[in-house]
Every structure is written in structure tokens, then in C-alpha cells.
Design a protein around this ligand. Structure first.
Ligand code: NDP
Length: 447
């Protein structure tokens, strides 16, 4: 049940954003946490502050025409939702996936606003993308698509305005093509307009690794609260993209054993532990599938097409693929198999029922907006390096990332304590993120 002051706000969100289920889900989760805040501090429910937080500042939708390798004209739809700029320029990734529609981008932009606030850095929230499917497309096609997208999107960006990065389907290759086109149409080498760049053209060390590494740092800190660690633990990671790969890398460095990972076609389980060098070779260089990895590994690895990776027993689960990929049923299976901690590397990968089951089952649960904030935090470090025309070492940058993740963890934990829900990181993250955004919005007036 929602607080009676928040009920009409949510009803309004449903009415004004029909058919956008993921957006409704993300808003509902935050509002569920805010009852305690408006009870303690009623001024946050005044001046339509919460209503304004739920309404993006600007939503841009545009046509992206491009020509494929056979000379045929293709049309996709581009989106940028500039959600909230109270704390700084809009900041958040671009997603290229055929399932993308306005509701996906709005949910991601809403989450991003609180996530960015939690980092304590001067960045607002935004998100964008397209229903373009990069799978099976040649390099030249991806380049023409990225150039066309940026030709339109570029006019809305700027290092002090809106700074995109990568997300699903957008890595360094795509950022390169988009940065090249932005540079061409503006005639400016404005490094700070995009993050996730290559090291030779303005990128930051650790940005590639940051989301996965950061998620592991967050979970490590949660485990420490109970006197535990990754050492010797069995871990299951979903996905096999950027976040999954660098989650596996850091878990292995901390002595954990990742026994399974997946993609949208199935999962691979390997009791001895995933061979990360081979996985990287197949995913990052050959752009292959998890099935190719299993085939290359032979007898030691079992590939399960269409299976659910959460069937594999583990001490720690790190969902790192996509939204709503871990259901209530999956959560029951994990709890039955003795899972001790779950850290969301992806955005909103656990359904509300799954989250409830983990919290009720006393499983340590790190919500995405806190756990996966290392990516955007390191993007903000990339912006700092661009602004000062500097470049930091790997060690220095990773140390800063670790400090930021520990700070986020502690802020969430302290806020949960303060609101009478010790150990509830969902509540802690939502409230701490909300208060930082809300305070800035109150100071800036009705704009
Ligand atoms: P990638 O595109 O690198 O990898 C995504 C992985 O998830 C792939 O293995 C993909 O499999 C799988 N996947 C995608 N959609 C589905 C689906 N519908 N069902 C099953 N598997 C799916 O993306 P990232 O690793 O960058 O992003 C993963 C998650 O992390 C997303 O939720 C993203 O928003 C979040 N995130 C990413 C950040 C970053 O810095 N990159 C920062 C913070 C959060 P397949 O190849 O079969 O599609």
C-alpha cells in the first residue's frame, strides 16, 4: 500500500504515461520507499515536488534513417529523455536494442536520476537509445546508423548540457562513431560530450571495467557487514556483455568462482569456473555467443539453451543482463539453493516480487541504482579528466572508484538505519538519492 499522499501521484503517473509498464514499475518502487520520508518531513510532499521528479524535463523522439549494405533505406526511432538536471548536466547511457521504446528509456532515465545523485557527483539524469538491432550488422552499417543518430541528437548535447555514454548494444565502437560525427558537425573537439571513449581519444582508464568492478565492490562491502567475503564463494552472473565480463573479472580477483553466465539464447555452466580470457576473446573480439564459448571449452562446460541461469546453485547472484530477468520464481529457486547475497549489475533486473522475497528471506540485496553506479561515477571521472585535459593511471582511477562505491554503500546503509529499516538497501538508496535531488530542486525554484 502506498502512503495516502503518494497514491494520487502514482495514479497520475499511470494516467499520463499509458502502456509504459517499466516506467510505472520504477516509479512505484521509489514511491514505496518515500512514505517514511513524507511522514517525517512533510515539506517534501509540497510544491508538487514529487510530481515534478516523476515528469521528465524534456523528451526527444526522432527518425533515424540510414542505408544498409544492400543499398536499402532503413528507419529506426531515436530517443533521448532528459529527465532531471537539478544536480548537473543530464548524464546516462544510450541503449541499442530492438525492444527499446519510450517506456524503456523513461524508466532508465528515472532510475539514473537517483543513481547519479547517490554518487555525490554533479550529474543530472538522462537516458537514450534506439530500437536499432546491432546483431548481425556489419561495421559499416553500425557506423552509418550511429552517424545518422548523432546528426539529429547532437544538437541536444554538450559537455554542460547532456553527456551520453554506452549501455546495452553500445560500447566503445559505437561511442567512437558517434563522437566522430559530433566532432564533424560541430567542428569542436569537445571530449566531455560523450563518455566511454577510447584511451587514445579522451577516454578514462577503468571506464570499461567500472560498472562490473563497482558492483563487486558494493557487494563485497555488504558481505563485510556480516563478516563474509567473496573468497571461496560460488557466484552466478547473468549476461555476457560489458557489465557481466568485468563483474566476473573482479569476483575472480577477490577469490570467488563464477560458475555460470548467459546471453539471450541460453546459459553455460562450468563448475571449475568460467575461463574469462576465452569469454573475452569470444564476446569482445569475435562478437560471438555464449554457445560458441561452451563449444570451445568442450566437455568441462555444459550449455543449456533457453534455460534460466538462476537454476544453478550459488552463494552470490549478480544479474547483469537486462530488466526483469530475475522473477519471483527464480528468487525462490535461489533462496532454496542457499543464496546469501544478490547484487544488481543491470538496471531493475529483479522483479518487485523477487526483491520482496530476497529482503524477506534476509538475503543481502544491492539494488541497481546503488550497486551499478560505478559506471556513471567513472564517466564523471572521465569528464573531470577531459575538463582538466588530464589522464590518470589505472591504479589511481580504480582507487577513486572503490572509494565512491564504498561511499554509496555507506550512504544507503546509514539512511536505511535512520529510517528504521537496517539492512534494507532498496529503501536506503531510494531515500538518499531522492533527498539529494529534492533538496537541489527546492533551492532552484519552480523551473
Ligand atoms: P551489453 O550489451 O554489453 O550486454 C548485455 C548482455 O545482456 C548480453 O549478454 C545480452 O545478451 C544480455 N541481454 C540483453 N538483453 C537481454 C534479454 N532481453 N534477455 C536476456 N539477455 C539479454 O550491455 P551492458 O553489459 O552494458 O548492460 C547490461 C545491463 O547493465 C543493462 O541493464 C544496463 O542498463 C546496465 N548498466 C550498464 C552500464 C554500463 O556501464 N555499460 C552502467 C550501469 C548499468 P545478447 O547478446 O543475447 O543480447
Amino acid at each position: 500500500m502506498l502512503d495516502e499522499k503518494l497514491e494520487p501521484i502514482f495514479a497520475d503517473v499511470l494516467r499520463r504515461n499509458p502502456g509504459e509498464d517499466e516506467f510505472h514499475q520504477a516509479v512505484r518502487e521509489v514511491l514505496d520507499s518515500l512514505g517514511a520520508v513524507v511522514a517525517k518531513h512533510p515539506h517534501y510532499a509540497e510544491g508538487a515536488l514529487i510530481e515534478r521528479i516523476c515528469e521528465p524535463e524534456r523528451q526527444i523522439i526522432f527518425r533515424v534513417p540510414w542505408v544498409d549494405d544492400r543499398g536499402r533505406v532503413q528507419i529506426n526511432r531515436g530517443f533521448r529523455v532528459q529527465f532531471n538536471s537539478a544536480l548537473g548536466p543530464y548524464k546516462g547511457g544510450l541503449r541499442f536494442h530492438p525492444s527499446v521504446y519510450l517506456g524503456t528509456i523513461k524508466f532508465l532515465g528515472f532510475e539514473q536520476t537517483f543513481k547519479n545523485a547517490l554518487t555525490g557527483m554533479p550529474i543530472g539524469g538522462g537516458k537514450g537509445g534506439s530500437d536499432f538491432d546491432p546483431k548481425g550488422r556489419s561495421d559499416a552499417e553500425v557506423m552509418r546508423f550511429c552517424q545518422s543518430l548523432m546528426t539529429e541528437l547532437g544538437r541536444h548535447l554538450g559537455e554542460y548540457t547532456d553527456v551520453p555514454a554506452g549501455d546495452i548494444g553500445v560500447g566503445q565502437r559505437e561511442i567512437g562513431y558517434m563522437f566522430g560525427q559530433y566532432k564533424r558537425i560541430t567542428n569542436r573537439y569537445e571530449s566531455g560530450v560523450l563518455t566511454g571513449k577510447g584511451l587514445t581519444w579522451g577516454g578514462s582508464r577503468v571506464r570499461t571495467e567500472a560498472t562490473g568492478y563497482g558492483a563487486v565492490y558494493f557487494v563485497e562491502r555488504m558481505l563485510q557487514q556480516r563478516g563474509e567475503s567473496f573468497d571461496g564463494r560460488k557466484v552466478v552472473v547473468s549476461g555476457a556483455g560489458n557489465v557481466a565480463i568485468y563483474t566476473i573479472e573482479k569476483v575472480q580477483q577477490l577469490g570467488g568462482r563464477v560458475v555460470a553466465c548467459s546471453d539471450s539464447n541460453g546459459y553455460v555452466v562450468e563448475e571449475k569456473g568460467i575461463d574469462l580470457a576465452l569469454l573475452k576473446e569470444i564476446k569482445e573480439r569475435r562478437r560471438g555467443r555464449v554457445a560458441d564459448y561452451a563449444k570451445a571449452r568442450g566437455a568441462g562446460a555444459v550449455y543449456v539453451p533457453d534455460g534460466r541461469v538462476w537454476e544453478v546453485p550459488a552463494d552470490i547472484a549478480m544479474p547483469s543482463a537486462t530488466q526483469n530477468e530475475l522473477t519471483g520464481q527464480d528468487a525462490r529457486t535461489l533462496v532454496r539453493n542457499g543464496v546469501r547475497a544478490v547484487g544488481e549489475g543491470a538496471n531493475m533486473p529483479c522483479t518487485p516480487e523477487a526483491v520482496r522475497l530476497f529482503i524477506e528471506g534476509n538475503v543481502l540485496f544491492g539494488p541497481g541504482k546503488a550497486t551499478n553506479a560505478g559506471g556513471v561515477a567513472t564517466s564523471a571521472l572521465e569528464m573531470q579528466q577531459n575538463a582538466s585535459r588530464d589522464s590518470w593511471s589505472f591504479e589511481e582511477t580504480e582507487e577513486r572508484l572503490a572509494t565512491i562505491m564504498h561511499g554509496i554503500h555507506d550512504r544507503c546503509a546509514q539512511t536505511a538505519d535512520e529510517y528504521g529499516a537496517p539492512g534494507n538497501y532498496v529503501l536506503g538508496a531510494n531515500i538518499a538519492g531522492f533527498i539529494r535531488v529534492a533538496e537541489a530542486m527546492r533551492a532552484l525554484g519552480v523551473v
